[in-house]
Design a protein around this ligand. Structure first.
Ligand SMILES: Nc1ncnc2c1ncn2[C@@H]1O[C@H](COP(=O)(O)OP(=O)(O)OP(=O)(O)O)[C@@H](O)[C@H]1O
Length: 576
């Protein structure tokens, strides 16, 4: 196209005639003339800021440049040898970082594809960086899309980079001095700059949110871990305090300051369930508008629960509400989690022993393997054949250790000799009793029980309401809730199957209830007849042991006062 034709086309567009230009280009041409007072017949060369001005622009973008550098280097290597120039411009349009082929430096400088060039629309006319800053959208300004005749040989593809508050903070631009004629030749460049901008935003969010929960989101479980589409940072109260630009598309506009449960059917204490310990395809987040995404929650080094409970690392914080014994147990678990001390987690069936083991593993080494051996299915020969693995920081969970017979115990002891994995064993029986009765080897007991973590049965927990609400939400995301009658009925039950039984009961009740409220009549009856109440002295003894002899704690767990505990202890001869 000759210069005269270019000026004539701009003139026609200003008169409102359609010339086949993209609307983003024709709107920019209009702005150039009507708002910025530019004249297409008077081209002006590239605008380069002074060295002092460039220093000041670079200082203001220092942090972003540092974060963007590795991403930009990777992007530039992808297009190496194709004569592309990669520019990072700040929000004012000044190029603050640059990757290009040094062989063409003179030509690039002259064209303005260089450090310090100012590509703001009011100076340079329609161009990739300028149009991107005005629209906030990725654009390709190809050859004669440019307003200024100086720039019409160039092809520029630019994508915006937003800060964690949603403000446009920089523009990433991939430009060519000479390009093929069809604009579609730049489609791949567009995909590359968009992807790089998204990754820079993600890296920036991670860098500024080191002390907060981050929730990454993806519409595909396959890309959730490697290249999520969006992410938000959340404060301890569950409010969005930072985001990538993609988060607005995923979760809705005006996201900053909103609570997680306003945009999704999830709360802060659901986040540990979205951590890496579970397969990505199970980590579904339902949004309030009915869509579903996959979530990857990343815990801060120590997460503080809104209820003012003690500091607990990520996964542990979701295991209990305000039950004092569980609180003490989890605090102990948090201290032990960082070490390689072997742990024996004891408790009735379904109390959450394996879940606790996984949470402990996640505190230490989220990415390391977590191997599970079900002891019930193992005899000596099978154990001898097992490949235990020796991945650094990996965990070996020996599930139901009480199920091993004597020959299998002997083989296991041999196999654990020199094993580098952290050992966690779970048991449904009192293993110290099994050792005393000669049913479990003393040497193996000490090999696996560096510290013991007794998990209380559901009937002794004081956070029943918290657990029931949480399990109901997991079983049936939505507004379903328990009536006071249903709650009282559930609380009065014995729960021999503990949390597993409660979860199944709530799942069935959610299906049986008609409206948004589960009434007592909707509850399926207990699956097992109530177990005979344990001998009160034996129960007192067990509770005292679980509470490390703390009478006040034991009294709270039993629902009686301290003097009753003392009286019962005296009656049983356990106190003078
Ligand atoms: N804090 C919790 N919140 C929600 N669900 C839980 C929690 N703890 C346990 N569960 C659920 O309860 C069930 C039983 O948990 P888990 O398998 O960890 O128990 P366990 O004590 O190891 O059982 P068993 O000894 O019978 O193997 C699982 O479905 C688990 O997801």
């Amino acid at each position: 196209m000759r210069d005269r034709d270019h000026v004539a086309e701009i003139d026609r567009v200003l008169k409102g005639q359609a010339t086949g230009r993209d609307s983003v280009v024709s709107r920019s041409w209009r702005r150039c003339v009507e708002r910025h007072g530019l004249d297409p017949a008077r081209p002006s060369p590239a605008h380069i800021v002074t060295a002092a001005e460039l220093r000041s622009h670079r200082e203001q973008s220092e942090r972003l440049i540092a974060i963007a550098r590795s991403g930009l280097g990777a992007l530039f290597r992808q297009v190496a040898g194709q004569n592309y120039v990669l520019l990072l411009a700040d929000a004012k349009g000044v190029t603050v970082d640059f990757f290009g082929d040094p062989r063409f430096e003179g030509e690039l400088r002259q064209a303005g594809l260089y450090l310090g060039s100012d590509w703001s629309e009011h100076l340079a006319g329609t161009c990739g960086v300028g149009a991107c800053i005005v629209t906030g959208e990725p654009v390709t300004i190809h050859q004669t899309d440019h307003f200024d005749l100086h720039h019409t040989p160039l092809s520029c593809t630019a994508a915006p980079i937003f800060d964690t508050a949603g403000q446009l903070t920089a523009v990433l631009d991939l430009s060519l001095l000479r390009s093929p004629q069809p604009k579609a030749s730049q489609n791949l460049a567009m995909t590359l700059v968009r992807t790089a901008a998204r990754r820079i935003e993600m890296a920036n969010l991670m860098a500024v949110s080191r002390r907060d929960w981050v929730l990454r989101l993806s519409s595909s479980p396959d890309f959730l871990e490697v290249d999520p589409e969006a992410a938000i940072a959340l404060d301890a109260a569950g409010r969005v305090i930072g985001m990538t630009h993609g988060a607005q598309a995923a979760l809705g506009a005006d996201l900053l300051g909103r609570r997680l449960d306003e945009v999704a059917e999830a709360r802060m204490d659901d986040l540990p369930d979205l951590m890496r310990g579970r397969p990505a395809e199970d980590r579904v987040i339902r949004l309030r508008d009915g869509r579903a995404l996959f979530g990857h929650a990343i815990a801060p080094p120590t997460a503080r629960l809104p209820r003012g409970q003690p500091l607990l690392p990520g996964g542990l914080s979701s295991l209990a509400g305000s039950d004092p014994a569980m609180g003490a147990l989890l605090a102990q678990a948090a201290r032990l989690a960082a070490s390689a001390v072997p742990l024996l987690i004891a408790g009735e069936t379904g109390t959450g022993k394996e879940r606790l083991a996984r949470a402990i593993h996640m505190c230490r080494a989220e990415a390391a393997p977590f191997r599970v051996i079900d002891c019930a299915g193992q005899d000596a020969a099978a154990l001898a054949r097992l490949d235990l693995g020796d991945e650094p920081c990996g965990t070996l969970l020996l599930r139901g250790i009480e199920d091993l017979d004597a020959p299998a115990q002997a083989v296991l002891l041999r196999r654990l000799d020199g094993c580098k994995l952290r050992i966690i064993a779970t048991a449904r029986r009192d293993m110290a009793g099994a050792v005393a009765a000669g049913a479990f080897r003393t040497d193996l007991f000490f090999r696996i029980a560096g510290a013991a973590l007794p998990v209380p049965p559901l009937r002794l927990r004081q956070d029943f309401d918290w657990l029931a609400d949480r399990l109901l939400r997991a079983a049936h995301p939505g507004e379903l809730r328990l009536s006071a009658g249903a709650r009282a009925d559930l609380k009065a039950r014995d729960w021999p199957g503990n949390l597993r039984e409660l979860a199944a009961t709530l799942q069935a009740a959610a299906l049986l209830a008609d409206g948004p409220v589960i009434d007592a009549a909707d509850l399926p009856p207990p699956l097992l007849a109530p177990a005979p109440r344990p001998d009160p002295q034996a129960e007192l003894q067990a509770v005292l042991e679980a509470c490390n002899g703390n009478m006040a704690l034991a009294a709270r767990r039993l629902g009686v006062n301290r003097s009753t505990v003392l009286r019962r202890m005296r009656r049983g001869g356990a106190a003078p």
